[in-house]
Design a protein around this ligand. Structure first.
Ligand code: DOR
Ligand code: ZN
Ligand code: ZN
Length: 455
């Protein structure tokens, strides 16, 4: 009997060494991975041209803006950017319109994704002010809930409420946190306004002071000592936060964290001239902070890299040229995540195995998708990127596949290019061409879900 697909003539990563081999796929799952000793007959045979096969990246932090803000991005265009960058699974953030903060909005968004996504996906739910709705969501066994602290009147009491529901009901839901203290931001803003500070990128940088993040991270860690509910901190941006997380991990608190490529590689003040294009929350920080983030990533204090792909139109961004407060925050990144991470290998900062762990294996593990995603192993989904590790190329916003055609990484030389992307054994991207069709992407449940869920 012939198997569905054979990808031959590829290199496989084994114990940090590249060896020649092949992968065969049956029913969307990896059937065989290893040496090309025997050549099973297959319905489709693809020549991997000597490229390196890596597990597709799992980007657990994207804003695909669907529904409600689809002029910025939607599930299809976000997916196009994802697969062109070797990302095969995404987890979408809830700040869409409507906000994904009720069970019915969660189900609606899931249906939209199932119609429009090319990549496999999951969804983070958001927080509703209405406690009943929040309870209903949590008790439906949603995989994760995103708490955007800067938006809440009293973020710590909201967090306490969520944690107590999780602990009392013995839920597996993960708490995902944007940690910035709204009170500290408001105080800094008042100071800047009082001295009539020019509203440029420096204003934004000073307003969203490192103190706001550090204080929020500190508060979350304190709460974790009481509640012991699994928590993930988004886009860590300061050295001081990494020190707090290191201590929390020494205490064995159930905490994981992520950094973005932009907080890892870009810093102020070099980027002052980029203006609103470089505006994001938390803001880009100093060179020293980027060094601390890289060190922490090496040490597993920061566990993973996620893009925080946050598209806005150029028109929206340029509104902030004379007054930064008028521009929305956000940087696109789902398509450049893998090449930027591979460039860390080229530059000798991380090994290839380290990078695979930080962009595929660990994100899948942290979000309980590792029964299907995050590794090239028999039985797992055949989510594969074929990468030309030697290819040197230059990032150009105009070439990106999502709706946003600009990036603060414009002109950056990167090393490593995604040549082909497969999701569940189907070729969805092939050398600059998007082949996957909207509706191919499917919702991925966490491994613990069982029968008891309502979405
Ligand atoms: O820069 C950001 N943009 N940070 C966030 O937390 C939100 C995001 C967005 O949705 O645009
Ligand atoms: Zn955030
Ligand atoms: Zn975000």
């Amino acid at each position: 009997m012939a198997i569905d697909l054979l990808i031959k003539n590829i290199k496989l990563l084994q114990h940090n060494r590249l060896v020649e081999g092949c992968i065969s796929v049956e029913n969307g799952r990896i059937y065989y991975i290893g040496k090309e000793t025997h050549q099973p007959s297959a319905d489709v045979i693809i020549d991997g041209q000597g490229y390196v096969a890596l597990p597709g990246a799992v980007d657990i932090h994207v804003h695909f803006r669907d529904p409600g803000r689809v002029h910025k991005e939607d599930f299809t265009t976000g997916s196009m950017a994802a697969v062109a960058g070797g990302v095969t699974t995404v987890i979408d953030m809830p700040n869409t319109n409507p906000h994904t903060n009720t069970l019915s909005h969660y189900k609606e968004k899931k249906e939209i994704g199932e119609k429009k996504a090319i990549v496999d996906f999951s969804l983070h739910a958001g927080v509703s002010e209405d406690e009943k709705k929040l309870q209903e969501l949590l008790q439906s066994n949603i995989p994760s809930i995103k708490v955007y602290m800067p938006e809440l009147d009293d973020p710590l009491s909201t967090l306490r409420y969520i944690y107590s529901l999780i602990v009392e009901n013995n839920l597996n839901t993960k708490v995902v946190i944007h940690a910035e203290d709204p009170q500290i931001i408001a105080q800094e803003k008042a100071k800047l306004e009082q001295r009539k500070a020019k509203r440029d990128l420096l204003y934004h940088y000073l307003m969203r002071t490192p103190k706001a993040e550090v204080s929020a991270v500190e508060s979350v860690i304190k709460l974790l000592r009481d509640y012991q509910a699994t928590t993930h901190l988004c886009h860590i941006s300061t050295r001081e936060s990494t020190n707090l997380i290191r201590k929390a991990k020494q205490e064995k608190l159930p905490l994981t964290s992520e950094c973005t490529p932009h907080h890892l590689l870009l810093s102020y003040p070099e980027l002052m001239n980029l203006g609103p294009i470089a505006k994001c929350d938390p803001p880009l920080r100093t060179k020293d902070d980027t060094i601390a983030i890289l060190e922490s990533l090496k040490e597993h204090i920061i566990d993973i890299i996620a893009s925080d792909h946050a598209p806005h139109t150029l028109e929206e961004k340029l509104k902030g040229e004379d007054d930064i407060t008028k521009a929305p925050s956000g940087i696109v990144g789902v398509e450049t995540l893998v090449p930027l991470a591979l460039t860390l290998v080229h530059n000798g900062f991380l090994t290839l195995a380290d990078v695979v762990e930080r962009i595929s294996t660990k994100p899948a593990q942290i979000f309980c998708l590792n029964h299907r995603k995050g590794a090239l192993k028999k039985g797992l989904d055949a989510d594969i990127m074929l990468v030309d590790l030697k290819k040197q190329w230059v990032i150009k916003g105009s070439k990106l596949h999502g709706k946003t055609k600009f990036t603060p990484f414009e002109g950056k030389t990167v090393y490593g290019k995604v040549m082909k992307t497969f999701i569940r054994g189907t070729l969805v991207y092939d050398n600059e061409k998007i082949i996957g069709k909207p509706g191919y992407g499917s919702f991925v449940y966490p491994y613990w879900i069982g029968e008891k869920h309502a979405y």
